[in-house]
Design a protein around this ligand. Structure first.
Ligand SMILES: *Cc1c(COP(=O)(O)O)cnc(C)c1O
Length: 395
């Protein structure tokens, strides 16, 4: 960062200034390098770049300066040695699995994972001789029992979980993984490094859907993997540059701008969500509110120790099942009816018939996702307006 060590600066400063590579034009804002390939001064230089003798850009499927600025900035925020950016959050998950797993390996994953991550593991990885076990996010005895020493390579979690906000003890799961030479992978989508830094708690790899809070304004798709230089900078990058789910420089630029306001936004999302969760608890027709920031949340103390705030996702159960839940959604005029999250715009979704609709009803109930459950991604609009919009459907 302009000759300074990014580690010397606080988080807010790194979010704005880490990773900048200024060109000889002296631009202040990061440049968008919209180029698929890079030219060489001579045939000998081309040969040296391709052989790896000389470092430098070759082709944007491998490296691109705008993408690299985003990677370096996110690495500085998560406290990782290396970061590789991907075309979506799912391609980040895929890249980790393809880079680090082989036939005969075993993965233990939390039952509450993002639905598409679960599908990727069960429908695709299992085709290639990789076994997957699912356990409850917070049942550590079940994690210990599911791990097969010598065969289990990855433990995969999200914390807090979607949509019920269950919080996993990252330190404890990292110890379980390391005891058998496995790695702990944390999808840090809900907290972002502004609220939680899994690597400092012992996790080996962090995965992001940059589509969510890193962008923060619902504009484009992207993802990232952060970790040590060998695993991420060599193994994950090796898969990415071969298979091709690379991040577009345009999207990298948008994420760079998103990161500049990340700390501010996550603080504001968290404050708004906490107040809305408290307000929902007082509303007639609301049977239960799920938010790790509420003192009656089962992992409130752990969340308070592990995170610097509680994030922007609030779920709540309305009395009256699906009919009441859908009525509330349809009564909103301001809040967007969409399954996306991590936007300045507040969004509402009915998990049982959307994000978790593919689960058999029995499994869904077992996971605590009832017909009356609604999930809010609390945005940055006026809280007065948000309460008014929800009160209409609660009345
Ligand atoms: C959205 C999401 C993903 C997938 O990211 P995409 O960018 O949509 O591919 C993975 N994990 C979590 C927790 C998510 O919310």
């Amino acid at each position: 960062m302009d000759g300074h060590d990014p580690d010397d600066f606080d988080f807010e400063t790194r979010a704005i200034r880490a990773g900048i590579e200024r060109s000889d034009q002296g631009e202040h804002s990061e440049a968008i390098y919209a180029t698929s390939s890079f030219v060489f001064a001579s045939a000998a230089e081309a040969a040296a770049r391709f052989s790896g003798e000389q470092s430098g850009n070759i082709y944007s499927r491998f490296t691109n300066p705008t993408v690299r600025m985003f990677e370096r900035r996110l690495a500085a925020l998560e406290g990782g040695e290396a970061c590789v950016a991907t075309s979506s959050g799912m391609s980040a998950v895929l890249s980790v699995c393809m880079a680090l797993l082989r036939q005969g390996d075993h993965v233990v994953a939390a039952r509450g994972l993002f639905g598409t991550t679960t599908s990727l593991l069960t429908q695709y990885l299992t085709r290639f001789g990789i076994a997957v076990s699912f356990v409850s996010t917070t049942d550590y005895a079940a994690w210990a029992a599911a791990i097969e020493p010598g065969r289990t390579r990855l433990l995969i979690i999200e914390t807090p979980t979607n949509p019920l906000g269950e919080v996993a003890d990252i330190r404890q799961l990292a110890t379980l993984a390391h005891d058998v030479g496995a790695r702990l992978v944390v999808d840090n989508c809900f907290c972002t490094p502004a609220l939680q830094r899994p690597l400092a708690l012992g996790a080996d790899l962090v995965i992001h859907s940059a589509t969510k809070y890193l962008d923060g304004q619902g504009r484009c798709m992207g993802g990232a993997v952060v970790g040590d230089a060998e695993t991420v900078g060599k193994e994950v990058l090796g898969f990415l540059r071969t298979a091709g789910p690379s991040l577009s420089p345009f999207n990298a630029w948008i994420f760079l701008k998103g990161l500049e306001t990340l700390a501010l936004r996550m603080r504001a999302h968290s404050e708004q969500a906490l107040e809305l969760a408290r307000w929902l608890q007082t509303q007639p027709g609301v049977a239960r509110v799920y938010y790790p920031g509420l003192p009656d949340h089962p992992q409130h103390a752990l969340a308070a120790a592990q995170q610097s705030a509680f994030g922007g996702i609030v779920s709540f159960e309305v009395a009256g099942g699906r009919a009441a839940a859908w009525r509330l959604i349809d009564a909103t005029r301001l809040i967007s009816i969409t399954a996306n999250l991590g936007d300045t715009k507040t969004t509402i979704t009915h998990p049982a018939t959307t994000t978790h609709g593919r689960l058999p009803a029995e499994e869904r109930e077992k996971a605590g996702i009832g017909e009356g459950l609604l999930r809010l991604s609390v945005g940055l609009e006026s809280l007065t307006d948000l309460k008014r919009d929800l009160a209409r459907g609660l009345a």
